[in-house]
Design a protein around this ligand. Sequence first.
Ligand SMILES: [Zn+2]
Length: 445
Amino acid sequence: MKKLFILLWLAAGMCILAGAAETPAPDRAPAPAPLKYIFYFIGDGMGFEHLTMTRDTGKAVAATAALDALPWRGTARTNNVEGTTTDSAAAGTALACGFKTRNGRIAMLPDGTHVDSIAKLAKFQGRAVAIITSDALNGATPSAFYAHSDSRKKYDEIARWLPVCTFDYLAGSRFNAGDETRAEVEQALRDVDYTLVTTREELQQLGREALPVVATHKWENYAADISNPAEFPRLADYTGKAIELLADNPAGFLIVVEGARIDWGSHANDAVATIGEVREFNAAVTKALDFFYAHPTETLIVVTADHNTGAPQLDGPISPDLLKDRRTHQFYAKALQASPTAEEDIRRLLDELRQEVGEEAEKKALEQLIASGKKELPSAARITAFQQARRDREFGIHWTTRGHAPAPVPVMAIGPGAETFAGTYENTEIPQKISRLMGIISPEH
Ligand SMILES: [Zn+2]
């Protein structure tokens, strides 16, 4: 069955190439020999402005220094198969498998056909494969690389694909499933020889003999959160360890890294959380870039995003002073809910906000909050998000939606063949370009 999917995938790739026969695309130029080491970074929700607003928050060097060092630039369109704004499942499928599909689908076409990801094809080539995320391992984006489902919300079903994916290194926050399913999946992973670790210390001690590895952690915090313990595992830790464990594989590797919480911070319209996550993402790219400088003729790094979340507009350079407030909306919400005077605090905040919120959309949302009164205690997160919006406005950041936006996203690349990522194209072309450089689709086609 798997072969069928590969053939289908190859056939689709060739059809696309055949369609381009009259106007040769730059990526039809002879490709170099298949590259050994491939990094594929996906910033979830990361639009151009997310990079801009993060850049100036660095001190001696830009906070996006590694991303800025990638010389080849392109732009990818992200809409789903219906031509509407994508979610992370349809975009994940596009970026992992090279096919547009409907929102909610994980590596599955609208008619139910399974499509294979470049990670699966890389594995068939003998490469070592790592999937790393700051989300749960069965979140929509990472799932598109190893699972198939008609709904991203079928977390248990998706998690059950993990033990059969045969990938070498899986890292992220604890997978999202009921206790019973989690125990069942963990046992199934052990049964096929995965080493499971749950702390940063355990991860650091692992050697190659531990492979295959599943590294998870229990925190759902933002990287910027002031309350994070020292052992909070960073995306760069997971990425660095993957490089260390997989670099000796004779057929090379494909390392996929998702900066998932850029999207979360942007949904909450919280610039502190968002910028912290872009910085975290940049730190992970730094690890790849260090490896690139040691292996420049054999390594490709591609960075992109699945969609734009929050569509922020910026008045100008963002002062690093913004990050002095390391209290994200998540932190405030937890503190507010834990407070013995929670109800009083929320009413006071609502009063303050009612007086100063001027924008129509926010007014409406605020009225709904006020109307629901005390019942709204659990949605303290929403109230604190309004506080964040107030702070962000003071720093010249204006979020224009709490959802995803259809704006195209950046593509950045370095390495042999990286010039093929210049231009503007559909996001489905990104895995097709990568697969050509990996030698999966022959450059002669
Ligand atoms: Zn989102």
